[in-house]
Design a protein around this ligand. Sequence first.
Ligand SMILES: Nc1ncnc2c1ncn2[C@@H]1O[C@H](COP(=O)(O)OP(=O)(O)O)[C@@H](O)[C@H]1O
Ligand SMILES: [Mg+2]
Length: 265
Amino acid sequence: MYTLNAESLNFAYEPGSDVLRGVNASVIGGRITGLVGPNGSGKSTLLRLLCGFLQPNSGTVKLDGRPLVSLSAAERARTLAFLPQMVDPVFSLTVFEVVCLGRYPYTGMIGSLRSHDLEVVARCLQDTETEPLRHREFGSLSGGERQRVLLASILAQEPKLMLLDEPTSSLDIHHEVEVFELLARLARQGYGIAVVTHDLNLAAQYCEELLLLSADHSVLASGKPEEVFTEALLSTAYAASIRVGKHPFTGAPFVAAQSTRETPP
Ligand SMILES: Nc1ncnc2c1ncn2[C@@H]1O[C@H](COP(=O)(O)OP(=O)(O)O)[C@@H](O)[C@H]1O
Ligand SMILES: [Mg+2]
């Protein structure tokens, strides 16, 4: 199983305005790690550093003990996949073609798909419930449909570690739960997954490990959901009055925010 380890990451897009400070994070095979925190706290930036799209100002990112920068592009693509937060459809491709693009680490950009590749693509369309959309043009899809197709494309890459930036932000509750169930199945198969999400309740339910970033761009807490999702830590992180109960079915922490402007009922 693969492990991605980030140690003491510091990063700034512009000198003097830190976006990450002293951040430690790991993505471990067999596990879902949730990255949570307020808007602008640096979650997307952290994923970009973890997949090597950005280089830290200091600190290291290592894949199984090897610096990420020492891996070839092909090696990285077969191991690590990144689903960005927003993708504009600048090209006109069908859903099937977008998912086939995920096979490029195995076929090369102009390589042809063999029957095994087509089987993988078919399975990924099934797993994300995008099979009925296969002939549609990607640009004509709704935001939620696009998210599921892009996830299918990432899955077709068969990476060992997946870094997913808000993969369920536009999904209805059915598809959101299905995506988390799919991630849980993949984790049981040995995949390592890091997922950025604002759905704290699903994060508490599905993630073995959570990393809570705060508005000052450092890690406020990390650990198991019960350790990280306390009223004190969440209220500090989100500058809101947060209450934590128990999920009615699973017993996981269940998070609700109260307005700071009104007296609660
Ligand atoms: N390409 C960029 N250039 C300059 N600043 C950026 C860029 N991307 C993000 N930022 C800034 O870095 C901070 C963290 O952004 P981001 O990592 O996207 O946060 P999050 O994903 O937690 O909302 C924000 O203040 C954001 O405005
Ligand atoms: Mg983001």
